[in-house]
Design a protein around this ligand. Structure first.
Ligand code: NOJ
Length: 544
């Protein structure tokens, strides 16, 4: 079933001939905030199990679950103390096995988060490594002697603010941490680390998980000579201080592909699994992570919809650059939101968030949808005393820097605490939750949720949308139009990324039938030679 992954096999217009991770939609569950069943104000795995109907009704194909491993939660699970067990806050390993089975029974997949760059400082590997210079794991982390003045070995910084080195008294050395000091970086140049982490992957693959989203995959290797990072001439006050230097020696290093291909070889020991890499990189660099022979990540995450301006010229240009740079046979992907960035509904505003959803779910490439975006959840409002995000605590007040705003609980209904919990949740609900919730939107055919359900159903119904080719038709003056095609199936998408009415001609859409409009009210309309597109509207047009 994976014939289309080879550049040498002919394209099949039948989605069934494509692997699930190409034809499907991925949905990110942030476990802290999905559904609480224990009354502690924090989501848990039984809560996810209780809400599978929502995922089925939405029509998604796979869940990517942010970390549920044992963790002191200094970075909300991205500081793992045991890679082979579930944190009691979220349930048990048996609960996770039940989740895998329940998703599979509904024809859905489970993608685990894999956090290989760093462990928790409470992980037994680090406790042992830090205990002396001679223990069996002494060289599992990035240990360095002090600079001649006794200070840190070089100018590397933490992504969360401050220097990237922490002093260890027992060893009389510094260790490097790209994130918190509670997240020491493993030394991926040590083959024992590679082997141990490969075994972690096998542990989960054998339990039936369908793949991994690999955390900060471009961070794994650092300059072996430990040279300073150069200053960033473009840094401006008000930006996080880590941006004062360019991460040239600490990220995207030569040799990183060998590690990615190593993960892929482990996944390929099993059937039909997916490797996704987290990468905040240019299109050119992220395309390298597919591997020279498509033997790297299946889906190196493309975050450009979150990184770049939202206008027709930029998005059209992105599609074209992406298609040009994709290695032969590689499959693209698009992401509109995640737990680290402001909500799309706040970045673009509620009207353009609908247009953006239409783009995400009609684009060529696997879409990843972040929980809550399907109900248009805007940024949370977090009073200073309720800030939880360590990044925000270290450098308060920088614009777009507070990650709590994207992590507020799911809003299910108008009951107490929006049906998320029976107590005040760990982060506040978004004001207006009494009406902005899944139950209210499920009953409203014009809602953001209904739009998502219909878009996903269309993606499933039209091979052109699921697996077809793409051709940009127009990308200027607010209008982005593209054609998707697979065999006889042809769909034209027209998006108004601006606030003005557009009147235009589009030969490729002439005679087609509108099957969905972002603002509603145009279903069934046959497109003529001239077409009008209201501000903030988008059209999906079936053309045979
Ligand atoms: C990326 C994750 O998405 C983010 O939440 C985390 O803080 C860092 N990696 C460090 O693991």
């Amino acid at each position: 079933m994976t014939q289309a992954t080879s550049p040498d096999t002919p394209f099949s217009p039948d989605p069934a001939d494509h692997p699930w991770w190409r034809r499907g939609v991925v949905y990110q569950v942030y476990p802290w905030s999905f559904q609480d069943t224990t009354g502690d104000g924090i989501g848990d795995i039984p809560g996810i199990l209780a809400r599978l109907d929502h995922l089925a009704e939405l029509g998604v194909d796979a869940v990517w679950l942010s970390p549920v491993y044992v963790s002191p939660m200094a970075d909300f699970g991205y500081d793992v103390a045991d890679y082979r067990d579930v944190d009691p806050r979220f349930g048990t390993l048996a609960d996770l096995d039940r989740l895998i089975a329940a998703l599979h029974a509904r024809g859905m997949k489970l993608i685990m988060d894999f956090v290989p760059n760093h462990t928790s400082d409470r992980h037994p590997w680090f406790v042992e490594s830090a205990s002396s210079r001679t223990n069996p794991r002494a060289d599992w982390y990035i240990w360095r002697d002090p600079a001649p003045d006794g200070g840190p070995p070089n100018n590397w910084r933490s992504m969360f603010g401050g220097i990237g080195w922490e002093w260890s008294q027992p060893r009389g050395q510094w260790y490097y941490h790209a994130f918190l000091k509670e997240q020491p970086d493993l030394d991926w140049r040590n083959p024992a680390v590679v082997a141990a982490m490969h075994d972690v992957l096998r542990f989960w693959l054998a339990r039936g998980v369908d793949g991994f989203r690999v955390d900060v995959i471009w961070h794994l290797l650092k300059d072996p000579a430990f040279r300073d990072n150069p200053p960033n001439p473009d840094w401006r006050p008000g930006e996080p201080e880590v941006r004062r230097i360019l991460q040239i020696m600490t990220c995207d290093q030569p040799g990183i592909l060998d590690l990615v291909e190593g993960f892929r070889r482990v996944l390929d020991e099993y059937d039909d699994r997916v490797l996704i890499g987290e990468l905040y990189l240019t299109i050119e660099r992220l395309c390298a992570y597919y591997g020279d022979h498509l033997d790297g990540a299946h889906l190196p995450f493309n975050f450009h919809l979150m990184m770049d301006p939202w206008d027709a010229e930029t998005v059209g240009g992105l599609i074209e650059e992406y298609e040009r740079r994709l290695p032969a046979g590689a499959w693209p992907n698009w992401v509109l939101g995640n737990h680290d960035n402001p909500r799309v509904a706040s970045r673009l505003g509620p009207a353009q968030a609908r247009v953006a959803a239409m783009f995400l779910l009609t684009a060529r490439g696997t879409p990843t949808l972040f929980q809550g975006d399907e109900i248009g959840l805007p940024n949370g409002v977090i009073p200073p005393e309720r800030v939880r995000d360590p990044q925000e605590k270290n450098e308060p007040g920088l614009p777009g820097h507070d990650r709590d705003i994207a992590r507020t609980p799911m809003q299910w209904d108008a009951g107490p605490f929006a049906g998320f919990s029976t107590v005040e949740p760990w982060l506040p609900l978004v004001p207006g939750w009494e009406t902005r919730n899944v139950a209210a939107q499920a009953a409203d055919p014009a809602s953001m949720l209904s739009l998502h359900r219909r878009l996903i159903a269309l993606r499933r119904a039209h091979p052109a949308l699921a697996v077809g080719s793409v051709r940009v038709l127009v990308a200027e003056a607010g209008l982005l139009a593209y054609e998707r095609r697979a065999g006889d199936d042809r769909v034209v998408v027209m998006l108004n990324l601006g606030g003005a009415l557009i009147e235009t001609r589009l030969a490729e859409a002439d005679g087609g039938q509108i099957v969905l409009s972002a603002r509603g009210g145009r279903d069934g309309e046959i497109v003529g030679a001239r077409i009008t597109l209201a501000a903030d509207d988008g059209l999906v047009i079936a053309c045979d």
